[in-house]
Design a protein around this ligand. Structure first.
Ligand code: ATP
Ligand code: MG
Length: 426
């Protein structure tokens, strides 16, 4: 029989303990930051009705056209999708639970796995982790600016101090139509030069051409019309204020007139934050976001003006490693418990729990019987306080406390043990 080799599915990866230290660092850092900024955590299901995404992200986007994992339940009635992003589910939850009846804005953050059936490459996976946040129910430009600032500052907290914000406005329902017309006219005039996908996009969703990853298309687009020139007065004022806030806070940014992002629900502000990641990955987009005032309307409700952003944790971890940022390591045990004989083993288990209750981190090798092997393990772990229990001590409820540095040993009653250990740890 052929050997079966089970591996992670293509584009998906295990996060082993040596990487958990970085993922933990990210989690701890964002948890603290979001608490400070007044966000509350939300978890939504991994699976959502597929239509939630096709409606909100847009039918003719890469995510919906190519990247969604869709599964049918056994009865075959529901088409459920593995969530490719977090904003639409959060807006769904906001509407479903009537969060609009509470004082606005509602500020929520999240952290978890997301799924996109993309071509796997460095920094691009089919299951990847994101953290993100949304400010729902606020239309003011200061919210857009603060969204960018929060993302930028969290990256700094994680030791990534050299990121740059790329920002643009893609207008709103008032002005985007005019731009779309101008864009289509331009695309038609060059129709033999753009890629096949872009030709199709010209008909279905012309703004998507701006997001084409093909180098030739990108270059052609440089001569195309810029949305900034088509913004209505309100959108222009909005953008101007966002930029003024960013300047005030000295956030490094560049205006990128062709930035549109791959999701249809954005209005006005869109942004990405990029930084050098690794040699292999080059400069990577670590985070992106923007304003989405019409998303709730697409989902069948009144407009809830909102703004948010999401960051890719794998790319951030690569960038952290490249900058030699330390992860979060578990604390080292302070006490080692060693035992000889069956009765001592039982007492050993008890003592281990006593130390846990006292908040003293301890370790053991209960499955080893030789004292020599146990002491050498304690030595390897650099633990100075070893508690030794032999048959004789176990019978009398006593333990020996050994100072590994001096080799000195003292006998104490089990009841006194925690007190004595605490004294020595001081
Ligand atoms: P890209 O332009 O790189 O495809 P995107 O615009 O599709 O990114 P968003 O939907 O804005 O990405 O997701 C936010 C962040 O999540 C990205 O900036 C990136 O860091 C990360 N991310 C997106 N897709 C992937 C993926 N397939 N693998 C790993 N990280 C990803
Ligand atoms: Mg993408």
């Amino acid at each position: 029989m052929a050997k079966i080799k089970f591996q992670t599915p293509t584009g998906m990866h295990d996060i082993l303990p040596q990487d958990q230290v970085y993922f933990q660092k990210v989690y701890k850092t964002i948890e603290k930051a979001f608490d400070f900024y007044g966000f509350e955590k939300i978890d939504t299901p991994i699976l959502e009705n597929a239509e939630l995404f096709s409606r909100s992200i847009g039918m003719n986007t890469d995510i919906v056209e190519k990247e969604m994992y869709i599964l049918r339940t056994k009865e075959g009635k529901d088409a459920l999708a593995l969530r490719p992003e977090g904003t639409a589910p959060i807006m769904r939850a906001y509407l479903e639970h009537g969060l609009n009846t509470y004082p606005q804005p509602i500020k929520l953050w999240y952290h978890g796995p997301f799924f996109r059936h993309e071509k796997p490459q460095a920094g691009r996976y089919r299951q990847f982790w994101q953290y993100g946040f949304e400010v729902l129910g606020d239309k003011e430009a200061i919210v857009d600016a603060q969204t960018i600032v929060i993302m930028y500052n969290i990256l700094c907290d994680l030791g990534i101090n050299d990121s740059i914000v790329k920002i643009n406005s893609i207008g709103d329902e008032n002005c985007r139509g005019e731009y779309r017309k101008a864009l289509v006219k331009f695309l038609r005039s060059k129709k033999n030069e753009f890629c096949k996908d872009c030709l199709r996009r010209t008909k279905t969703n012309p703004l998507r051409v701006l997001d084409c990853k093909d180098e030739k298309c990108k270059e052609l687009m440089n001569e195309g019309p810029q949305i900034i020139d088509y913004l209505c007065e309100d959108c222009k004022t909005h953008l101007k204020s966002v930029l003024e806030y960013l300047e005030e806070l000295k956030i490094p940014f560049t205006l990128d007139p062709f930035l549109v992002r791959g999701l249809d629900y954005y209005t006005r502000t869109v942004f990405e934050i990029e930084a050098p990641v690794t040699e292999e990955e080059g400069t990577g987009v670590l985070a992106g976001g923007g304003r989405y005032d019409i998303l709730s309307k697409v989902l069948g409700k009144a407009n809830i003006p909102s703004c948010g952003a999401a960051a890719g944790i794998e790319r951030i971890v690569s960038a952290m490693k490249a900058r030699k940022v330390e992860g979060v390591y578990a604390s080292m045990p302070k006490v080692f418990i060693s035992q000889i004989g069956p009765l001592a083993k039982k007492k050993g288990l008890l003592i281990f729990e006593e130390l846990r209750k006292a908040g003293i981190k301890a370790t053991e090798s209960f499955s080893k019987d030789s004292l020599k092997a146990q002491l050498s393990r304690a030595n390897k772990l650099n633990i100075n306080i070893v508690i030794i229990i032999g048959q004789k001590e176990a019978l009398r409820d006593m333990v020996i406390i050994r100072d590994m540095e001096t080799g000195k040993q003292a006998e104490v009653n089990i009841k006194e043990m925690v007190k004595e250990v605490k004294k020595r740890l001081k």
